[in-house]
Design a protein around this ligand. Structure first.
Ligand SMILES: Cc1cc2nc3c(=O)[nH]c(=O)nc-3n(C[C@H](O)[C@H](O)[C@H](O)COP(=O)(O)OP(=O)(O)OC[C@H]3O[C@@H](n4cnc5c(N)ncnc54)[C@H](O)[C@@H]3O)c2cc1C
Length: 464
């Protein structure tokens, strides 16, 4: 076994781990990152990037299909589109490969050593890595655990055969005729919508009383309407039980009794759990926070010199949270004074329409004791939305009633993901309703709905 040393060892090269390693390298820290699979982690390989490629492809297909059915802008027609899904998946894989190479290149440029293999703790400062060329022992002054998360299975419906996770769904080479999505959260609905647009008959089985239960009802309603328009069958208050009929159908318990649904594929998206086992973490006996590794406001665990970042540390399990933590930890290791002081972590649901949330919802704000002003401006009164043929949705502001400081901004609308940057900036800058009202928002854009929502709370919206 070869033995090597470094100042900083990062376990896992997902968005959290690779960002931490790159920033550490930039700061001149001798850094090693160990990755068992491919650089980029869940997000780049089987999460954010491939899912958005598929969503984009599905949108393109649906646009042409709508034109072929005479449902496009008057005057535009088209022949029915063809779909060679294996080629679409190959295109998606090409994007992922390009980004894999990009991350590896960025690590190299920052002077970081990337070691391929599965790391296992020997003690709090040493890991053993099984690489294709033999075992290596790495000793480090500081260790960052960035091992991410993995899909949760339903015990009565284990993964295998027709039962797949998001990872397999992103690698299918045929569109399933009948697809059941178990779990109406953002991952299930993003993928379910994409497959519905590309011709699958999709049924969503959701245990709670409505889809996207983590968002308020006002935000999820336009998504529900659009799913119906796409022909998606949504069963709420419904529980997936087990495979029946030789594994070709799913038994689902609903308020009206048991239903047996035929399925070519059953995509289970009922959540993700942190990767905390299988690499000797338990031997460190760290303080845990439920199933997650417990951390303080510097991402420090209960063991000196051991940090943890990203999905392994808790909700929200989002790539940009992992990256922000990774960057912060690298700077702390370099001796800078940093602590987690972000006002908000934006969350985007890339459904159709998209949902963007930043900061507190009206219920969360009042629940925290704030007296609030909240208003929403509907896209049906926004000129740009009309030109895009997408009048569904709105933008909503939530501000303190006393001093008008914004506490939260939410929106639901076609293609509004990019507005998240403006929303986040407003919250981080401590903007008041007056700041948004005073800012000239370009016309015609969907962002004007943000301006108008703020004006509405100030009592003088113009376009409604
Ligand atoms: C379908 C899907 C869509 C998503 N879409 C979005 C989105 O649009 N936006 C968003 O912000 N988030 C999205 N996410 C979530 C996002 O992927 C995660 O929040 C993000 O990847 C977490 O980053 P991480 O660095 O904590 O962990 P991960 O990305 O999970 O990376 C952890 C890495 O550690 C490696 N590893 C684990 N154990 C070891 C070990 N012992 N030795 C060596 N290597 C190890 C793993 O192989 C993995 O590469 C999506 C997730 C899924 C599944």
């Amino acid at each position: 076994m070869t033995e090597i040393t470094c100042k900083l060892l990062v376990i896992g090269a997902g968005p959290g781990g690779y960002t931490c390693a790159i920033r550490a390298g930039q700061l001149g820290i001798d850094t090693i990152v160990v990755e068992a699979e491919k650089p980029g982690g869940t997000c780049l390989n089987v999460g954010c990037i491939p899912s958005k490629a598929l969503i984009h492809a599905a949108g393109e297909y649906e646009t042409i299909a709508a034109a072929a059915e005479g449902k496009s802008v008057p005057g535009i027609s088209s022949a029915k589109p063809g779909l060679d899904f294996a080629k679409t998946i190959a295109w998606k894989d090409g994007i992922v490969r390009r980004l894999n190479g990009g991350v590896a290149g960025l690590l190299k440029k920052a002077g970081v050593r990337l070691i391929a293999g599965h790391a296992r703790f020997r003690d709090g400062k040493s890991v053993e890595v099984k690489t294709p060329s033999g075992s290596q022992m790495i000793h480090a002054e500081t260790v960052v655990i960035a091992t991410g998360s993995e899909p949760i299975a339903i015990p009565t419906l284990p993964f295998g055969g027709r039962v797949i996770s998001s990872t397999e769904a992103l690698a299918l080479t045929d569109i399933p005729n009948k697809l059941i999505v178990v779990g109406g959260g953002y991952i299930g609905l993003e993928l379910g919508t994409a497959f519905a647009k590309m011709g699958a008959a999709v049924t969503v089985v959701e245990a709670t009383s409505r889809i996207l239960p983590q968002y308020d009802a006002g935000l999820s309603a336009p998504v529900r309407t659009r799913l119906s328009a796409l022909g998606v069958n949504v069963l709420t208050g419904a529980k997936a039980k087990a495979l029946v009929s030789d594994g070709t159908a799913l038994a689902v318990e609903t308020a009206d009794g048991q239903q047996i649904l035929d399925a070519d594929k059953i995509l289970v998206t009922v959540g993700r759990r942190p990767v905390t086992s299988g690499f000797g973490l338990e031997t460190l006996d760290l303080d845990m926070n439920g199933p997650f590794v417990g951390i303080d406001d510097r991402c420090h665990t209960s063991m000196r010199g051991v940090f943890a970042i990203g999905d392994v540390t808790g909700e929200p399990m989002l790539a940009h949270r992992a990256m922000a933590q990774g960057e912060m930890v690298a700077e702390i290791v370099a001796g800078r004074h940093r602590a987690w002081d972000r006002v908000s972590i934006p969350a985007i649901c890339f459904t159709d329409p998209e949902i963007v949330t930043v900061g507190l919802s009206p219920d969360e704000a009042t629940g925290q004791g704030f007296d609030i002003k909240t208003d929403l401006f509907p896209f049906k009164a926004n000129g740009r939305a009309l030109t895009l043929e997408r009048e569904d949705g709105f933008i909503r502001t939530v501000a303190r009633a006393d001093n008008h400081v914004l506490l939260g901004i939410q929106g639901v609308g076609a293609g509004i993901a990019e507005l998240s940057a403006a929303f986040s900036l407003a919250l981080e800058m401590g903007a008041r309703l007056e700041d948004v009202a005073f800012t000239i928002h370009a016309h015609p854009t969907q962002s004007e709905a943000f301006h108008e929502a703020a004006l509405m709370s100030l009592g003088h919206a113009i376009h409604i």
